[in-house]
Design a protein around this ligand. Structure first.
Ligand code: AMP
Length: 406
């Protein structure tokens, strides 16, 4: 995943595990206190273990030189989060999130690239069965406004929409509007195409959101994204009030109730830090759940990175040469296991096979005396003895012949 993030030019930031609780209260409202591990330190400061990383990363952004850098600024993080939740399958009190924040870009192109990146993370990890749903909060908000619910009355409804609790939602709507209008609103839960969305007699905001989403789709197509895995979903509400526009969620259908692997959207936290508005969009990926999903689909690699080469001294005389060669190969970023036990070829070959190494380099008295090394390609069985100066070239050509992501 780090490789993918680097390819998209995202830079990693790290922030402390604990923060002042005020940061999260300012971002998410007083209700969030219930879900947070909070405590007072010896000086009486009200601190907490971070429940998420967007607010800390934006605190860092506004408090550092990043805020004067040319936009967009692209940041990612990977770290533990803590929530005072009731633990259950896929819901832990300590879990890891990997997330991205794209600051200073609210274009459909920027949004499409961020979604493309999110999908790329799962593709790279080997997860095949997932679906991404994308919506825009302006659609729900302007529909509710049209029904006579001004923004400050929308929060309880948005929470019901977020949890897809259509029954209590219907009741709450009918308390204020006639049954026909309430039913018409509930129909939006079935909308999954642009044509259906188009039917919504729209305010200017709905039209703008519609046009924005259509452009995002066109750009996703341009990136070569498989659009079968991306669904339009105008009913994503994301629970938290701080989202402003584009919103999205990604599920792994193979998981049970806690199947959401990633969630995100557009937000603006500038007012929390007393700064002027800056559009931002980001997502958080639940790393633990992603591992569970991979495990279920059989896609979780059980081995660590492959060992490129075992470099083995077969006897005392080979030790110094093996050390020298090991240094050279490691400088080339190869993963090298040194076997300096000098207990003979059989034992070293056994070790290489246990490690699943691709190549073994053997340095015995004979080789050292002639300034040579014996290389064995453990995939093909081919064995050659070459001058020490040629070891690297031969090794790299063998390693290149093996698909890196087999
Ligand atoms: P959120 O910050 O609530 O939008 O969560 C983003 C992602 O983090 C979710 O889609 C989950 O995959 C993961 N996540 C959230 N809460 C937990 C938890 N208590 N345990 C494990 N993963 C979680």
């Amino acid at each position: 995943m780090r490789r993918v993030l680097h390819a998209f030019n995202y830079r990693e930031v790290q922030t402390p595990t604990f923060e002042e609780i005020e940061l999260f209260l300012a971002k998410s409202g007083p209700g969030i206190r219930e879900e947070i591990y909070d405590f007072k330190d010896k000086s009486g400061r009200e601190l907490c273990l971070r429940p998420e990383l967007t607010a800390p990363v934006m605190r860092f952004y506004f408090g550092s030189g990043l805020k004067v850098e040319p936009k967009p600024v692209k940041l990612f993080y990977f770290g533990p989060c803590y929530r005072y939740d009731r633990p259950q399958a896929g819901r832990y009190r300590e879990f890891w999130q990997l997330g991205c924040e794209l600051v200073g870009d609210d274009s459909p192109e920027g949004h499409a690239e961020l979604l493309h990146l999110a999908l790329g993370l799962f593709e790279e990890a080997g997860l095949k069965n997932y679906n991404l749903r994308v919506g825009h909060l302006s659609i729900l908000r302007s529909l509710l406004e049209g029904l006579g619910f001004p923004p400050k009355e929308q929060s309880p409804l948005m929470r019901l929409i977020d949890k897809k609790e259509t029954e209590p939602l219907g009741e709450a709507l009918r308390a204020k509007v006639d049954a026909r209008s309430a039913d018409a609103f509930l129909k939006v839960f079935e909308y999954r195409t642009f044509d259906q969305l188009k039917q919504l007699s729209g305010s200017a905001q709905t039209q703008a959101a519609y046009a924005h989403l259509q452009r995002v789709w066109r750009r996703l197509e341009g990136f070569g994204v498989d659009l079968k895995k991306v669904q339009l979903d105008p009913t994503i509400a994301r629970g938290l009030e701080y989202y402003t526009g584009l919103v999205f969620e990604l599920d792994a259908p193979d998981l049970g109730a806690e199947k959401q692997l990633l969630g995100g959207g557009e937000y603006d936290l500038s007012s929390v830090f007393g700064e002027s508005p800056v559009p931002a969009v980001g997502f958080a990926l639940g790393f633990d759940r992603t591992l569970v999903a991979l495990e279920k689909s059989g896609g979780l690699a059980t081995t660590n990175q492959p060992v490129d080469a075992v470099v083995a001294a077969l006897s005392e005389g080979g030790v110094a040469a093996a050390q020298r060669l090991g240094n050279r190969l490691r400088e080339r970023d190869l993963c090298v296991e040194l076997d300096l036990s000098a207990k003979g070829a059989k034992r070293s070959l056994g070790r290489a096979s246990t490690l699943g190494a691709r190549v073994i380099v053997l340095l015995g008295d004979q080789e050292v005396a002639k300034g040579q090394a014996t290389l064995k390609n453990l995939a093909s069985g081919e064995q050659v003895t070459v001058p020490e100066s040629e070891v690297l070239r031969r090794l790299e050509s063998w390693l290149q012949a093996v698909p890196v992501r087999a």
